[in-house]
Design a protein around this ligand. Structure first.
Ligand SMILES: Nc1ncnc2c1ncn2[C@@H]1O[C@H](COP(=O)(O)OP(=O)(O)OP(=O)(O)O)[C@@H](O)[C@H]1O
Length: 456
């Protein structure tokens, strides 16, 4: 089967051109030829070429290769992704070496051996395909990162507490220092971590999030540090871990407070040495990653109680950032509501919303155990369900029934019972969603989806 690739042959000898074309057409899908290098620009206007086979001398008796070098540079200028293979006569190897320094990928000596010529072009094509794939993956990665970033968006809030946070972020972002972000669920710890990354020298590299609370203990090492093929039953191929995937960028370790003791030790070793070792390997690998950790637990207290390693705590908290609960910065509520309303007007193609003053007052009185996330969901729900464009307290239905517990069941509908259990668990754990979801046997994502579903 022919290999997919566009090849251009440039030589002033028509006989050489013809024999090369006849040979290459048996192996590659598109083969064009020109007998005058002055037609190169024109040829590239009509086609894009993956590989060019270029003669070094175009005038009778000429052996310096100067013309070939000139056209090599021209091709690289017109199409930097094209790979150029030079054809040179025996004894002109010095010229070929010079050409490779100028960007040619390989050279072939005339008269060529057919097999050698085919293999040289195949190698160039393979390299070209790999480079294209890498570029495609890089741009896909950029698109995915910017889509995720867009979901998190900018940090809203001009209360004094948020101004202080913004100031600290601006100061710490460019330093590469490890940062520990503390705050209740939904206070914007990931938003803050992304803001630090965006304002750092690593901004154009990846930002990888790892929710440590959701990785099963048995998979922890393989997820974070990768594994070699055959390291355990399911390891069918080599795999890189999240730390390696984050190379050059930032890794965000969420829920660090929930890490079991033996895994705390493993993580500490990695952070101290800045090296990872894949499961099934004994060769350590350097990692260049900025580490930002977050937790909703009181980590200092966890250290005092012997639940969290003191040395790990001091390793991750070069700078500590405390995000305030929403109830402690109620003055930001207006701004946040309007920010989210704008977002959901666009998302759900609604007309511009206004909000009744009384509704704002009610929203300001609410306790917001789920912080900004809860507010965001409340606004989204109201935006979806609202009949008109002026929102009232009634559009935020939970304000009316938030304190009514489901104590007795009108019916034994399983959804009814599930909503009741979730409410009870959240209350028992003082609003700590991680703990409540653990008790219920749900992942945090599943827990949030259900809270939204049941309007909790
Ligand atoms: N200051 C803010 N400005 C705008 N949006 C915010 C802000 N804080 C939080 N949000 C929004 O609230 C939601 C929750 O934020 P985020 O995931 O960063 O919180 P978190 O503290 O990391 O939560 P958890 O502890 O549950 O992981 C996100 O959708 C985010 O966009």
């Amino acid at each position: 089967m022919k290999l997919k690739g566009n090849i251009l042959i440039v030589d002033d000898d028509d006989l050489i051109l013809l024999s090369a074309q006849l040979l290459l057409e048996q192996h590659f899908t598109t083969v064009k030829k020109i007998n005058n290098p002055n037609q190169i620009t024109e040829a590239f206007k009509e086609h894009s070429f993956d590989v060019v086979l270029l003669d070094m001398n175009f005038r009778q008796g000429e052996t310096t290769g100067a013309e070939g070098l000139k056209w090599l540079k021209k091709i690289i200028e017109i199409s930097p992704d094209t790979h150029v293979i030079l054809m040179t006569a025996y004894g002109e190897v010095d010229i070929a070496v010079e050409a490779m320094k100028s960007g040619a990928i390989d050279f072939i000596i005339k008269p060529w051996q057919n097999d050698k010529l085919i293999i040289t072009i195949k190698n160039a094509l393979e390299l070209s395909n790999k480079e294209k794939r890498v570029k495609q993956l890089e741009s896909r990665e950029k698109m995915i990162s910017s889509t995720i970033d867009h979901q998190f968006g900018e940090m809203i809030g001009s209360s004094q507490a948020m101004k202080d946070i913004q100031k600290l972020i601006t100061k710490v972002a460019p330093t590469d220092a490890d940062v520990l972000i503390l705050g209740e669920n939904g206070t914007g710890k990931e938003v803050a971590a992304r803001a630090i990354h965006k304002n750092s020298a690593r901004a154009n590299e990846v930002f990888i999030t790892v929710d440590l609370g959701t990785i099963p203990e048995s998979l922890f090492e393989s997820e974070l540090f990768g594994h070699k093929k055959g390291a355990f039953t399911d390891a069918r191929e080599d795999r890189i871990g999240r730390f390696e995937a984050a190379t050059g960028g930032t890794i965000f370790l969420d829920e660090i407070g929930n890490l079991p003791a033996n895994l705390q030790t493993k993580l500490l070793t990695v952070l101290q040495r800045r090296q990872i070792t894949k499961v099934g390997s004994n060769v350590p690998k350097e990692i260049d990653v900025r580490v930002i950790c977050a937790t909703n637990l009181n980590l200092k207290k966890a250290v005092e109680e012997g639940k969290f390693r003191e040395d790990l705590y001091y390793r991750i908290n070069t700078v500590e950032l405390h995000l305030p609960s929403l109830k402690d910065r109620i003055s930001d509520i207006d701004e946040l509501i309007h920010h989210f309303l704008k977002k959901y007007e666009r998302k759900y193609h609604k007309s511009v919303f206004t909000l009744e003053d009384a509704a704002i007052q009610e929203l300001k009185k609410h306790h917001w155990p789920g912080n900004v996330r809860e507010l965001q969901h409340a606004v989204e729900r109201a935006a979806i369900l609202a009949e008109g464009s002026k929102l009232t307290a009634r559009d935020f239905g939970f304000l009316q029934n938030k304190n009514q517990e489901i104590n007795e069941f009108d019916n034994y509908d399983l959804e009814n019972i599930e909503a009741w259990a979730i409410q009870k668990a959240i209350k028992k754990h003082n609003g700590n969603i991680s703990h409540a979801s653990k008790e219920l046997g749900l992942s945090r994502g599943a827990m949030y989806r259900r809270m939204e579903k049941y309007n909790l």
